[in-house]
Design a protein around this ligand. Structure first.
Ligand code: ATP
Ligand code: MG
Length: 461
């Protein structure tokens, strides 16, 4: 049946992958946003300081004795110094001609407007720099003089701070991802948990357990469980109906068969001709066969019903077997057979007495049926924890060497039966009864000589 079922992936895996992908995307976005935000902040603060420093320089410029004087204040550079010892460059031009500072410091192509400083990023002396340029107009003897000042700072400190922030963000991001992964795994597990529990509770059931599923399940699974229960209910109804039908049919067949058999026996006594007698004997045998089959079918239907709804009680197996042996003594006596029963004192088990009686009767019936006249059947009860075992040894034909394990299947008979009447249901009944009680049926041949040995073991309570 499993072959017909095709699984399309696993819900747990799918859910875990989806949650993990979501967490990974969120982590990447988070890392990216935090990094670019901190970069912006760092750039902004560097620009602000550069601008303040430039303003201080331009403010310090004046005209003294007919000459432009730029007395760069200490504060203009001190505010730029930081822990990473970034380098600072400056340059001042008067009317487009270099005045002081670093003569080769590149100035912006566009002339900076008086009130708006121009920022640019470039490379100077092999280091990346951020530079701000602004102009100031001074008046010398009624003539305007344009003073352009640029101040630049290398970006090592900023890069270092950014690297630190990046490391920290990566660390937090990884932590966030690991936590999300754990939460994703737990979430996936808790989602499929009820499904697994439902599957386990259904598959733990015995083959005849057709009770409705009552396990509590999440809302989304209620329709599934309802459909399952409806299906179980339909199956139960149809099984019960067919068992009832078999029982009823067997009962209806057996009664007229008994009448026909009685009539055939009476006729047999009256008939002298050999060929007629042979035909009547054949007829009686066929009736016996049918009658036995009807009886066994009836028993089988009863056994199936009772094993489905097994009601256990304390049973003394020793007494139960003794009663069966006593009942069959008369049948054994017809074949001059001796039944000996070695019982033990305590042989308590828990189970359905009617079912176990039926099983024991079938085993004794086989032992008598498949054994020759004047032979001996020995019945033994032994306790070997955790099992209580009933063994029946006979001196008959023994089981066939091959295919003996198939004899517990319905209507299977061995090739050793000859003309012995039977329907092939006895061992099926025994097997079903024993398994419903959690025990085992062992079919073998007597290790110490001829004949069969059949054992049934029950777990001790
Ligand atoms: N004690 C035994 N010795 C030898 N063969 C046996 C013995 N018990 C069972 N068998 C073999 O196992 C087969 C199945 O036994 P089972 O009791 O199921 O059916 P049956 O005896 O043929 O019919 P019935 O349903 O009437 O009992 C028998 O047909 C027979 O071949
Ligand atoms: Mg039998």
């Amino acid at each position: 049946m499993n072959d017909a079922l095709k699984a399309t992936g696993s819900i747990r895996r799918r859910l875990t992958v989806q949650l993990l992908s979501g967490a990974a995307i969120l982590t990447i976005i988070l890392v990216f946003i935090v990094r670019s935000f901190s970069q912006q902040l760092a750039e902004q603060s560097q620009d602000n300081i550069l601008n303040a420093s430039l303003t201080a320089i331009l403010d310090a410029s004046s005209i003294q004795q007919g000459e432009v004087t730029v007395d760069i204040p200490y504060s203009a550079f001190s505010m730029l110094s930081n822990l990473s010892n970034d380098r600072v460059f400056y340059r001042i031009d008067q009317d487009g001609a270099f005045l002081t500072g670093y003569a080769d410091l590149p100035t912006p192509k566009l002339r900076a407007a008086a009130d708006t400083p121009t920022f640019m990023t470039g490379t100077y002396q092999d280091v990346e720099i951020r530079m701000v340029t602004a102009t100031r107009l001074l008046a010398l003897e009624g003539r305007p003089i344009e003073l352009q000042a640029s101040i630049a700072q290398s970006r090592n400190g900023q890069a270092q701070t950014l690297a630190e922030i990046s490391n920290m963000v990566m660390l937090f991001g990884s932590g966030f991802f690991v936590m999300s992964a754990i939460i994703a795994l737990l979430a996936a597990q808790s989602t499929v948990g009820p499904l697994q529990r439902l599957a386990a509770s259904v598959s733990r059931r015995g083959p005849h357990d057709l009770r409705p599923v009552t396990a509590t399940v999440p809302e989304e699974m209620v329709p599934l469980v309802q459909s399952l229960n409806q299906f179980i209910q339909r199956l139960d109804t149809s099984l019960t109906r067919s068992e009832d039908f078999i029982a009823e049919a067997a009962h209806r067949v057996r009664t007229p068969l008994a009448t026909v058999r009685a009539q055939a026996e009476i006729t047999l006594r009256r008939v002298d001709k050999d060929e007629n007698r042979a035909a009547l004997k054949e007829m009686i045998r066929a009736i016996d066969d049918s009658s036995r089959a009807a009886g066994q079918l009836l028993d089988h239907a009863m056994v199936t019903f009772r094993t489905d709804h097994l009601e256990r009680s304390r049973i003394d197996l020793a007494a139960l077997v003794r009663e069966c042996v006593d009942r069959l003594q008369a049948v054994a006596a017809l074949k001059d057979m001796a039944l000996t029963y070695a019982e033990i004192d305590t042989a308590q088990i828990s189970g359905d007495a009617i079912l176990i009686q039926n099983a024991v009767r079938n085993l004794l019936d086989n032992a008598i049926k498949y054994s020759p006249m004047e032979s001996h059947i020995s019945i033994e009860l032994t306790v070997e924890a955790p099992w209580l075992t009933l063994s029946i040894y006979d001196q008959g034909l023994g089981f066939p060497k091959t295919g003996a394990e198939r004899l517990t299947e319905r209507f299977e008979r061995g090739d050793n039966v000859g003309g012995i009447v039977g329907s092939g249901l006895g061992l099926t009944i025994v097997d079903e009864v024993i398994h419903a009680h959690g025990g085992n049926l062992t079919i073998s041949n007597n290790p110490n000589g001829v004949g069969a040995c059949v054992s049934i073991s029950f777990p001790l309570p």
